[in-house]
Write a protein of this length. Structure first.
Length: 248
């Protein structure tokens, strides 16, 4: 596999016993691209991200992130990526700043290096005014920004966002997507999973998943044109209905 793409996957499969969570998927993600995984809960999106982040070994198939093999070079991958989970993975009994110090330590940042990284990331997300607040006391939209800031401290080349806007109000979701666009403009590759149809429209390219398989890939405009639909929601609903009929 080459390293000409930020992410490259071929026939990637993950089974849990007799259950196949990810079923021989293949795709490529270009540098600086916002690549979306759209699918219902249980479609295989999170399992795929965990394999790409080096958190879960594939059963078969191949994959690379920034040229590093997901099976044998997971430690290298972790140094080059940021990961924001759908539950945000924050400590409510710490202040905002203490959470950031903790994650900075995980990434090997301390002293002046940490302060420089924190200043850059916090200014970008607008988080600085909340440093001394307890994390449990800040609104969900700001917890979202705290999780994003934590994942950006080490300036990763690829950012994985797993359902990053779940439960967040529409205004916060919109502001969060503005940040994603700004990140991509700086050259950061953003890989995002979502089940929100409007968010899928914001991606440069989109992969639609159903029961562990990729059933369509393309830009939102390409997919709507290909299937003769006005919205990605219409594309998604028709595709899933067709797959269900095929299985009946």
């Amino acid at each position: 596999m080459t390293s000409s793409y930020s992410v490259e996957v071929a026939d990637l499969t993950r089974r849990f016993g007799q259950f196949t969570a990810v079923d021989s998927i293949s795709f490529q993600v270009c540098d600086g691209e916002i690549f979306g995984f759209l699918g219902a809960n249980g479609a295989g999106k999170t399992t795929t991200i965990k394999m790409l982040c080096g958190l879960l070994l594939p059963t078969s198939g191949r994959g690379s992130v920034e040229g590093f093999d997901i099976t044998s070079q997971s430690d290298e991958i972790k140094r080059h990526i940021g990961y924001m989970s759908q539950k945000f993975s924050l400590y409510d009994d710490l202040t905002v700043h203490e959470n950031l110090e903790f994650y900075g330590g995980i990434y090997g940042l301390s002293g002046n290096a940490f302060r420089r990284a924190l200043e850059k990331a916090a200014v970008f997300t607008g988080l600085k005014t909340h440093y001394e607040r307890m994390t449990r006391d800040i609104p969900l939209g700001w917890k979202q920004r705290l999780a994003l800031t934590s994942s950006l401290l080490h300036q990763p080349k690829v950012l994985f966002l797993d359902e990053p806007t779940g439960g967040v109000d529409p205004i916060s979701r919109r502001e969060f997507w503005k940040l994603i666009y700004e990140l991509a403009e700086t050259g950061t590759t953003v890989f995002v999973t979502t089940h929100y149809m409007d968010e899928a429209e914001y991606c440069n390219r989109l992969s639609i998943m159903h029961e562990g398989k990729i059933v369509a890939v393309g830009s939102p405009q390409e997919l709507k044109k290909r299937f003769g639909k006005r919205t990605i929601e219409d594309v998604f609903v028709d595709l899933i209905r067709e797959k269900i009929r095929e299985q009946a």
